[in-house]
Design a protein around this ligand. Structure first.
Ligand code: NAD
Length: 289
């Protein structure tokens, strides 16, 4: 397929390289990044001329909407606009409606799996949009990922992503505060891991991304809490889930508390540039006050 790829940062560049390695013809555009091994166009619109699929991997909904304004008019009728960024549900639905009005298919397909998954081609895609567009994009999901779940109409991919990441943020905090409590109770961290990882407190954050250095799964904790998945990205995602919750009047008190803790950590306690599991040293250094 002829693919335009807009937004070639930490995630986009390796995803685009996997498409090239699978034999697709990829033309990229990025405002700043100059990734090796990807043919670049001078503008987003130029990258999209004659494309079968336009993929975007951008920082937020406002940027997505501005790129959409630029590329939707130049994409051929019948092409698919495939947004893989994590953005708010409203932006995803607005862009999909704009694309449909121009005779394009549209999918919101945010990912889970991080930079490692993007490089290895093992991302999970959660996809909102129509069946025909999903069928067009399916071979691309297979190259870039290991699984694509069609979650329903436009916006439902983003809905799945922000619900997943709200659980992730809340369970990471619970796991970290439990390790810090165990320390103060004199319980060895390895013993704590051995019990919890095979008991009812187990979770992805405990078992697969253990936030304690030298214990459990190899994770950013073993690398000085270098991200991984940065605390500020978790803050962004918890902001999206709380905004969505407010819009539909959903009661999400744990999500709200997690948002506040990550906001404090990133904005007031030096957490910018740290992995989101560095909540453990944050709790370690504090008492109840
Ligand atoms: P990044 O900042 O590394 O990359 C974003 C790229 O978009 C940058 O290269 C930037 O120059 C480019 N860009 C910004 N505005 C642009 C514009 N108007 N036109 C063209 N290019 C533009 O971010 P990332 O880590 O690659 O994340 C991208 C998206 O994926 C985000 O929505 C993020 O939430 C999501 N995500 C990231 C991870 C992760 O672990 N990094 C995991 C899952 C999802």
């Amino acid at each position: 397929m002829k693919i335009a790829f807009i937004g070639l940062g930490n995630m986009g560049a390796p995803m685009a390289r996997n498409l090239i390695a699978a034999g697709h013809e990829v033309t990229g555009f990025d405002l700043a990044a100059q990734p090796e091994g990807i043919e670049m166009a001078p503008t987003a619109a130029a990258a999209c001329t004659g494309a079968d699929v336009a993929i975007t991997m951008l920082p937020n909904g406002a940027i997505l909407q501005s790129v959409a304004d630029e590329i939707i008019p130049v994409l051929p009728r019948g092409a698919v606009f495939l947004d893989c960024s994590t953005v708010d549900v409203d932006s995803a639905r607005a862009v999909a409606a704009q694309a449909a009005a121009a005779g394009l298919g549209a999918l919101d397909a945010p990912v889970s799996g991080g930079i490692g998954g993007a490089e290895a081609g093992t991302l999970t895609f959660m996809v909102g949009g129509g069946d025909a567009a999903f069928a067009t994009a399916a071979p691309l999901f297979e190259v870039m990922g290991q699984k694509a779940v069609h979650c329903g109409p436009s916006g439902n991919g983003q809905a799945a992503k922000i619900c997943n990441n709200m659980i992730l943020g809340v369970t990471m905090i619970a796991t970290c505060e439990a390790f810090a409590l165990a320390d103060k109770l004199g319980l060895d961290r390895q013993k704590m891991y051995d019990v919890v990882s095979t008991s009812s407190g187990y979770s992805w954050t405990m078992n697969a991304y253990t936030p304690a250095p030298g214990v459990g799964a190899k994770s950013p904790a073993d690398n000085g809490y270098k991200p991984g998945f940065a605390a500020e990205l978790m803050l962004k995602d918890l902001g999206l889930s709380q905004t969505a919750a407010a819009a539909v009047d959903a009661d999400t008190p744990m999500g709200e508390r997690a948002l506040e803790l990550y906001r404090q950590y990133v904005e007031e306690e030096g957490g910018r540039g740290m992995d989101f599991s560095a909540m453990l040293p944050r709790f370690e250094s504090r008492g109840r006050g």
